[in-house]
Design a protein around this ligand. Structure first.
Ligand SMILES: [Cu+2]
Length: 377
């Protein structure tokens, strides 16, 4: 009976913990659940990028103006690569757990991991360890020379069936909801970017901006290159994660990120953005990506694709819309396709370009300013 009581108490603890977590996160999750609010997130766009992270940059950043300074020069094609913030969007020595997340889905997943899964795993492990030690000590031969012949205990059997079932039910709800959020497709009008895996580098194509492709190779260390060849400097990012050309994306708006491959299967993965998607030759996979704040985020190919699989890093640079447009122009691309979320249409855009997709202009449509829909729980 003691066991049954312990198990029941633990079960109640799980339920209480999980529902408290759900309540605490309900507003944020409800906001994510609505498909449209992703097109209506003015906060990250309206907030000017903080120059603070750049102030912390090491010496090589000296030649680089801050993000805020670069923004006004956008129309003039003033794109300057952003220096990464140490520890942000990249692995850190000695770090345990997941990287800090910079996308709504990533935040939800991180909460799922930290508030639900890790506590449940930890408590179950401790209970099982305690039971093992208890049996070993209490019922050892010298302390308990005549063992009980009991084979059934109804209360315990009910408890050890019902409690795990309840735990699974509690985990299932946020788990399935997270899964569903990850499968939401990008809204109409979202910027489309395609990542193509090659043996062994990446190509980033911008079909909405003229269709140009940026080829991205890993940067070698200074002692690995010939004289005059570009080598990695601190402002590029960590060793073996820095790339010569980055995937530049606008911040604070949904992006339809497609992946494919030209030869073998690769996988496009950026841990800090909670993004991992296989790149398969002959087919297009796509997933919505929303980046909360400007920054440089590092990832790697995550599908064993050949001998240089470990040398095809991914660098995503998220910048405000005007800087993104400036970068596009610097690449020879075109701007002017209306952004799904950003109300700021660049100066170079055609005058007739609407600020929103037509369906978003309909009265009452979420993109037209309706309050976020509640989550259908
Ligand atoms: Cu690969």
């Amino acid at each position: 009976m003691k066991l049954g009581m312990i198990a029941r108490a633990a079960g109640k603890g799980f339920v209480g913990l999980a529902f408290a977590g759900l309540l605490a996160n309900a507003p944020a999750l409800a906001q994510q659940a609505a498909p449209a609010p992703a097109t209506e997130t003015p906060a990250p766009v309206a907030t000017p990028p903080s120059p603070a992270p750049l102030a912390e940059q090491p010496a090589p950043a000296a030649a680089e103006p801050s993000v805020a300074e670069a923004a006004p020069g956008a129309a003039a094609g003033g794109y300057t690569p952003m220096a990464p913030t140490p520890g942000k969007g990249m692995p850190v020595d000695g770090n345990l757990g997941l990287q800090p997340q910079f996308s709504p889905i990533g935040e939800e997943a991180l909460w799922m991991h930290d508030a639900i899964l890790m506590p449940v795993i930890t408590v179950i492990s401790l209970i099982v360890l305690f039971l093992l030690l208890w049996v070993v000590v209490r019922y050892r031969r010298s302390a308990n020379p005549t063992p009980s012949k009991t084979t059934h205990n109804v209360a315990i059997e009910i408890a050890w069936t019902v409690v795990p079932a309840l735990i699974l039910a509690v985990i299932a709800y946020p788990s399935i909801r997270l899964l569903a959020h990850q499968y939401q497709s990008a809204p109409a009008g979202a910027l489309t970017v395609k990542a193509t895996g090659y043996q062994w580098y990446w190509g980033y194509t911008y079909p909405d901006n003229g269709g140009f492709e940026v080829i991205s190779n890993m940067l070698k260390e200074p002692n690995e290159v010939a004289a005059g060849e570009r080598a990695r400097i601190e402002a590029d990012g960590p060793e073996q994660l820095a790339a010569d050309n980055r995937m530049v994306l606008p911040v604070g708006e949904p992006i339809r990120l497609q992946t494919t491959a030209a030869d073998v299967i690769h996988a496009f993965a950026v841990p800090a953005l909670w993004f991992k998607l296989d790149s398969v030759p002959g087919r297009i996979n796509e997933k919505v990506l929303f980046i909360n704040e400007p920054g440089v985020y590092f990832g790697q190919c995550s599908e064993l694709c050949g001998v240089r699989h470990g040398y095809m890093p991914i660098v995503v640079e998220a910048v405000p819309r005007p800087q993104f447009d400036a970068w596009v122009l610097a690449q020879g691309g075109t701007v002017g396709k209306p952004a799904a979320a950003s109300p700021s249409v660049p100066a170079a855009a055609p005058a007739a370009a609407p600020a929103q997709e037509p369906e978003s202009s309909e009265p009452g449509a979420p993109g037209a300013g309706a309050p976020p829909a509640k989550i259908a729980a």
